[in-house]
Design a protein around this ligand. Structure first.
Ligand SMILES: NC(=O)c1ccc[n+]([C@@H]2O[C@H](COP(=O)([O-])OP(=O)(O)OC[C@H]3O[C@@H](n4cnc5c(N)ncnc54)[C@H](OP(=O)(O)O)[C@@H]3O)[C@@H](O)[C@H]2O)c1
Length: 254
């Protein structure tokens, strides 16, 4: 209880942008459990998906790339958790990121979600299969005008270039299931600890929420993996001589 209070002392009111999706709903739940006041943004037609949180949070309906919607939603927030999705072909992800960067209060903690395909410094090492999969998804997605992976890349480029207090959390492949605890993370895809490439979605959300109060993650782009996966367990002690700073609430960078 004491620890919980300390954790939320710095960040009390937060906004979840993209609250109605699967990741968004998990984040809302974790944030409420930690005692945050929660504001959520989602498309008007998706508001009913948040019915379980009636009376527990404030919902601002609207497109997440609408600057006016975001301006109202993030007003007074100490932290903003943003789900960046590559859906649609109307620069939805980059518009969403830009609106958050422009309207969050100076000094607010900004945490964005994306996948391993996003690279900050070009030093990630992807398997051929992974690279092929992303390329196929990008081409097919553009053809059917449903997915715009390049725009998610652009969204993260803008975040990386900003002087805000950002963190870009890069999720592995996801699965549903009960929480296993805070994922572990590494700076680069291709690092052995990440080899299992699997995280429970509920724990992805846990990492996003925990990042709000972890200053060690400011301007980092952690690639995460479930803490109970074989690769995480195999590297739990870390290769000899490899520094292991503590991540959020016990989550480790390995
Ligand atoms: N899925 C994976 O395997 C995977 C792997 C690694 C990383 N990630 C990352 O995890 C995060 C969450 O992804 P998720 O797959 O788990 O999905 P999710 O949490 O269910 O979220 C999907 C979001 O996209 C919105 N959306 C759906 N169609 C849309 C459209 N046409 N236009 C605008 N918004 C639309 C949804 O809004 P509504 O509720 O309004 O429909 C919802 O907010 C993303 O940042 C993703 O890059 C996912």
């Amino acid at each position: 209880m004491g620890a919980e209070r300390t954790e939320t002392k710095k960040t009390k009111k937060i906004c979840v942008v993209g609250a109605s999706g699967k990741l968004g709903q998990y984040m809302v739940r974790h944030a409420l459990e930690r005692g945050y006041e929660v504001v959520g943004v989602c498309r008007e037609r998706s508001v009913p998906k948040l019915a379980a949180f009636d009376g527990l949070m404030t919902v601002v309906p609207g497109d997440t790339n609408d600057p006016e919607v975001i301006r109202r939603a993030v007003d007074g927030c100490d932290g903003v958790l943003t789900v960046l999705v590559p859906w649609g072909v109307r620069q939805y992800a980059s518009g969403t990121a830009q609106a958050v960067l422009d309207h969050a209060r100076p000094g607010a903690r900004l945490v964005f979600s994306c996948g391993w395909h996003i690279t900050r410094d070009g030093r990630d090492r992807y398997s051929r299969m992974f690279t092929l999969g992303v390329r196929v998804a990008a081409v097919l997605g553009r053809l059917v005008r449903a997915v715009e992976i390049d725009d998610q890349v652009e969204a993260c480029r803008r975040v990386f270039a900003s002087d805000t207090r950002w963190t870009v959390v890069r999720g592995s492949s996801l699965e549903e299931g009960a929480s296993q605890g805070l994922p572990v993370w590494s700076r680069h895809v291709g690092d052995p600890v990440l080899a299992s490439d699997l995280t429970r979605r509920v724990d992805f959300a846990l990492f996003m929420v925990a990042a709000l109060t972890d200053d060690g993650l400011v301007r980092e782009a952690p690639a995460i993996v479930g803490c109970r996966t074989p690769s995480a367990l195999a590297h739990a002690e870390g290769p000899s001589g490899h520094a292991q700073p503590k991540g959020p609430k016990g989550g480790k960078r390995i």
